[in-house]
Design a protein around this ligand. Sequence first.
Ligand SMILES: *[C@@H]1O[C@H](CO)[C@@H](O)[C@H](O)[C@H]1NC(C)=O
Length: 294
Amino acid sequence: MDFKISSFITPSMIIRLYILLSAAVSSKAVPEVACNRIKIGENWYDRDTLWGNIGRPYNLNVHRGSNSLFFSYSLPETYSDVDFQLAYFNIDSREYQTIAGIRGGCSVAIDQMNDDIYLGGSDGIYKYNMLTKLADFYKEKGKNIWSLFFKKNLFYISYPDQKLHIEFDGKFATVKEFENFEIDYFHVSSANVIYFANKTGLYKYDNDKMVAQVVNELITVRQIVEDNEGDTYIVSNFGVFADGKFEGLKKILDMKNIYGLAFDKDNNFIYSDEKNIIKLEYSVVGCDKKHVHW
Ligand SMILES: *[C@@H]1O[C@H](CO)[C@@H](O)[C@H](O)[C@H]1NC(C)=O
């Protein structure tokens, strides 16, 4: 049977259709029902989920040369601290892979100048080979590597004693200045500000006076990271703080469930919550106040 929709449309229906359509057009001015944008400082960003439903992504680090994100995660069902794994995600091609062969893989540090990607697990430090996509053993067999950091030298923090080590002349030694207390996170900014955090709080180390200065003893730090313009960010259980070159420490994001933060080659924010890795893209439009997500 030949079915013609036009034979069912009466003039009154056309009028109603017109009203519907014009309402749809004018509703542009009305706030969206669920606005998925996020505000940082004065700017709004669209969320683009790069990887969803993954267990607690931590230690986000972008290798700028290939725009690849390296990070650790645990299997969603277990959430066990010993069951960490490492993976990478190419932000341009969206190609991804878990990195095999590193037991308890949980830490990442990148020498951007030399394209060296260091990965740490419960049995030493490895170097990621971009061509073979395999991790080759590097150093410190038998050491449990809690955290890695690279600036001119490679640093690592051992677990469970939380001691800072530096690679010098091909060998690792503990950093004397920090021998008497625990370090969970260590970071040196491009302006040579030395940050460290432990279970007690966040500190800056004054290299001339050789003393630790309290920055904040209320927060628990999850990551310290620098963007491509030299501003330092502190991810904590109280939100994300920026330590700008001029303004000092300032909360820029009041979300308490951010676990990791990195910046891609174009300086876009890449962050993780309990289950997702999200890229933020600058948006010229924002959200109506009452529709803001958190
Ligand atoms: C953390 O570092 C501060 C500053 O050096 C120190 O006073 C404190 O004892 C450390 N906390 C732990 C648990 O080691």
